[in-house]
Design a protein around this ligand. Structure first.
Ligand code: GDP
Ligand code: K
Ligand code: MG
Length: 276
């Protein structure tokens, strides 16, 4: 079998270091079509299976506001790699998990590489990997890319995920959003499933419509009935929370993440000062 894995992470998470570790000297560098953003591809070395690795631009979020975000997001939803490897900078876990929550919603399997674990250990900090996996609902592999540590385990985990029948299952945690938001997402999703001709994950489409994602609206031909349902939901929730929809959704993500970080990260002798 041959597979395609995409590498995704915040700037400075160690993505280039990881890409080099995984692919060795097999890389090919070009540009994404129509833009000057670099596109790197390579073949995973030391694996029985043929795995193509595509390096996506470093991004903080999947909102369609920067060229890098658009390239990364469109690649994942349109080209549908078999799996996304999300590189998380362990020393900046809280900020990095924002992208993770968005990746989990795309309907593509995600495996996280919790990178720079050597720096965590050097500080005397601890991260409970098992709990992190449980709360996020995706596999998490500790790595130190600059030391070549954990890379083999990461690739083995990624392969085991795509090779099991459950690979296409919904990974998005249902714990991220409040019940009234989930209710809207499922109502919008039910209409979208019936009336919208789209190859995208229905739950993700419902969330993006709730966020009034212009780029997705341009890509899809959204029927009036669906637009009305979305507008009604937005109005109801914005009134209820006394805030705009994008902020409500972002706040839910931040709360979910800070809850997880609080339960899984232990700073040495309680110093919270280095947590960013
Ligand atoms: P990118 O911006 O995501 O491509 O990140 P780079 O691969 O360029 O790495 C950013 C910096 O972090 C570089 O100085 C790397 O040497 C360093 N780095 C990458 N991985 C690790 C790691 O696992 N541990 C430590 N301590 N540093 C790392
Ligand atoms: K850094
Ligand atoms: Mg880089």
């Amino acid at each position: 079998m041959s597979y395609t894995f995409a590498l995704v992470g915040n700037p400075n998470c160690g993505k280039t270091t990881m890409f080099n570790e995984i692919t060795g000297s097999t890389q090919h560098v070009g540009n994404w079509p129509g833009v000057t953003v670099e596109k790197k591809e390579g073949k995973a070395k030391k694996l029985k299976e043929n795995v193509r690795i595509v390096d996506l631009p470093g991004i903080y979020s999947l909102s369609p506001y920067t060229m890098e975000e658009i390239i990364a997001r469109d690649y994942i939803i349109d080209e549908k790699p078999d799996l996304v490897i999300n590189i998380i900078e362990a020393t900046n876990i809280e900020r990095n998990l924002y992208l993770t929550t968005q990746l989990m919603e795309l309907g593509v399997p995600v495996v996280a590489a919790l990178n720079m674990m050597d720096a965590i250990e050097a500080r005397g900090d601890k991260i409970d990997i098992e709990k992190l996996e449980k709360y996020l609902g995706i596999p998490v592999v500790p790595t130190s890319a600059s030391k070549g540590q954990g890379v083999k385990e990461l690739m083995e985990k990624a392969l085991s995920v795509v090779q099991t029948a459950a690979a296409g299952r919904e990974q998005a945690s249902q714990e991220i959003y409040d019940d009234d938001i989930e209710k809207c997402v499922s109502d919008i999703g039910a209409i979208a499933a019936k009336e919208l001709d789209s190859k995208y994950n229905v739950r993700w489409v419902a969330l993006k419509l709730l966020e009034d994602d212009e780029r997705l609206k341009e890509k899809l031909d959204i029927p009036a009935s669906l637009l009305t349902a979305v507008a009604n939901c937005r109005e109801k929730l914005e009134k209820q929370y006394n805030n705009d929809m994008e902020t409500i959704i972002a706040d839910n993500r931040y709360n979910f993440i800070s809850g997880i970080v609080g339960k899984t990260v232990k700073k040495k002798s309680g110093s919270g000062l280095t947590l960013s």
